[in-house]
Design a protein around this ligand. Structure first.
Ligand code: PMP
Length: 425
């Protein structure tokens, strides 16, 4: 496969952007090699600068659930552009999108639009702290909630309450109120609440963890989080940046039937344009400015192009709810191929979300995810890439399907997975 253009562009980009990229995982750091420079995408396929074509399972990390350049979404964006790109004033489109979101996710009684998932979670936590008057928050080791300072806490072992920043440039004092618990481990959560019963303002969780590879919640885990946060008066925040509109119209909260106090959305909510949304109980959201004392603002928030893309995407999903069982079925076929053909692997699936770990032991949390052989993952990744299958260039990400993936795409991918088994020893 010729990758000369990508090579040249990568070399030049390294002069301008740290690591040659504008978001770290794009640099292929953990799998090695030259990142694919994408020229365009259509449906389930992406095309690179060298003219190579790939079936895309990265899907812009989730937003393109209808497939790339989906006609009605592109038309909505084009139309919106002609009316002006940004006004910094309220619009009808924000109201329409807000109405659709609340219809799908009734727990979002009141919401605020921002421009990224990072902002959505960061702002939800600020609102929860403002509402409760408590500083401490609980997050889970291995859950990613964007790159705001207080959430970049080392996902490592050690005493659960001993947090250390995950990134240089984050003062230790910024994360002194971030307490760490283990995903799927009720005792680790109980311990924190009994130690700090009146100090925890919020517990934030990915209802399906998708940033340590895919780790679904154990049966009863989300219900337990609902109960314990209610008992101690802490706000339960579901980070549904990935799961929102992907596990179903009602997100993971609809899928599992557990209702949080607040929710953060991103990705699909903006249909591929920069968008985040946070919201929840009206009495909590009423603390946000200008109604309340929690300040949060944004020049491009509720941007008319992003809202147009979000509206067109969500309307399509509402009109075609059969998309969800179909995605799940396609995921099932890929999962079956992975399970049947790759030796010594563990595959997790929730809805249409899934990922493969190169360990034969069950993966239920960060520590067990870390048991995966990342060198084997790299070999597997490159074999797929060379055969026209674009998946996550990191073990600790997941695969995303779109409505545009055809049976032929899935069949072809299953065949290549089977062939990959031969080269992974
Ligand atoms: N929360 C979750 C669960 C995510 O997966 C991500 C990013 N993948 C974020 C928050 C941050 O979103 P963004 O990259 O749009 O800032």
């Amino acid at each position: 496969m010729k990758i000369e253009e990508s090579k040249v562009l990568f070399e030049e980009s390294r002069e301008y952007f740290p690591g040659g990229v504008n978001s770290p995982v794009r640099a292929f750091g953990s799998v090695g090699g030259v990142p694919v420079f994408v020229k365009r995408a259509s449906g389930s396929h992406i095309y690179d600068e060298d003219g190579n074509e790939y079936i895309d399972y990265v899907n812009s990390w989730g937003p393109s659930i209808l497939g790339h350049a989906y006609g009605p979404v592109v038309d909505a964006v084009r139309e919106a552009c002609l009316d002006g790109l940004s006004f910094g004033a309220p619009t009808r489109k924000e109201l329409v999108l807000g109405t659709l979101i609340r219809e799908c996710m009734p727990s979002m009684e009141m919401m605020r639009m921002v421009s990224s998932g990072t902002e959505a979670v960061m702002s939800a936590i600020r609102a929860a702290r403002g509402y409760t008057g408590r500083d401490k928050i609980v997050k889970f080791i291995g859950c990613y909630h964007g790159h705001s300072d207080g959430l970049l806490v080392k996902a490592g072992s050690g005493a659960l309450t001993e947090s250390a920043p995950d990134s240089a440039g984050v003062p230790a004092s910024y994360i002194e109120h971030t307490l760490l618990a283990r995903y799927n481990d009720e005792d680790s959560v109980k311990k924190l609440f009994s130690e700090f019963p009146d100090e925890i303002g919020a517990l934030v969780v990915e209802p399906v963890a998708a940033n340590m590879g895919l780790v679904p919640p154990k049966p009863g885990f989300l219900e337990f989080l609902r109960e314990i946060t209610a008992k101690y008066g802490a706000v339960l925040i579901f980070d549904e940046v990935i799961t929102g509109f992907r596990m179903g119209l009602g997100g993971a909260q609809g899928y599992y039937g557990v209702v949080p106090d607040m929710t953060a959305l991103g990705k699909i909510a903006g249909g591929g344009m920069p968008m985040g949304v946070y919201g929840g109980k009206k009495e909590i959201m009423e603390v946000v400015s200008p109604l309340g004392k929690v300040y949060q603002a944004g020049t491009l928030s509720g941007n008319p192009i992003a809202t147009a893309a979000g509206i067109a995407t969500i309307k399509t999903l509402m009109e075609k709810p059969e998309i969800y069982p179909t995605l799940e079925e396609k995921a099932g076929k890929l999962v079956k191929a992975l399970k049947e053909t790759l030796p010594e692997t563990w595959v997790n699936q929730a809805g249409s979300l899934f990922s493969v770990f190169f360990t034969k032991d069950q993966v239920v949390d960060y520590d067990t995810a870390l048991a995966s052989d990342t060198v084997k993952y790299g070999t597997y990744f490159h074999y797929l890439l060379e055969h026209g299958i674009y998946t996550a260039p990191s073990q600790f990400e997941i695969l995303f399907l779109s409505a545009a993936h055809t049976d032929e795409d899935i069949e072809k991918t299953c065949g290549i997975i089977k062939a990959a088994a031969g080269i992974i020893s």
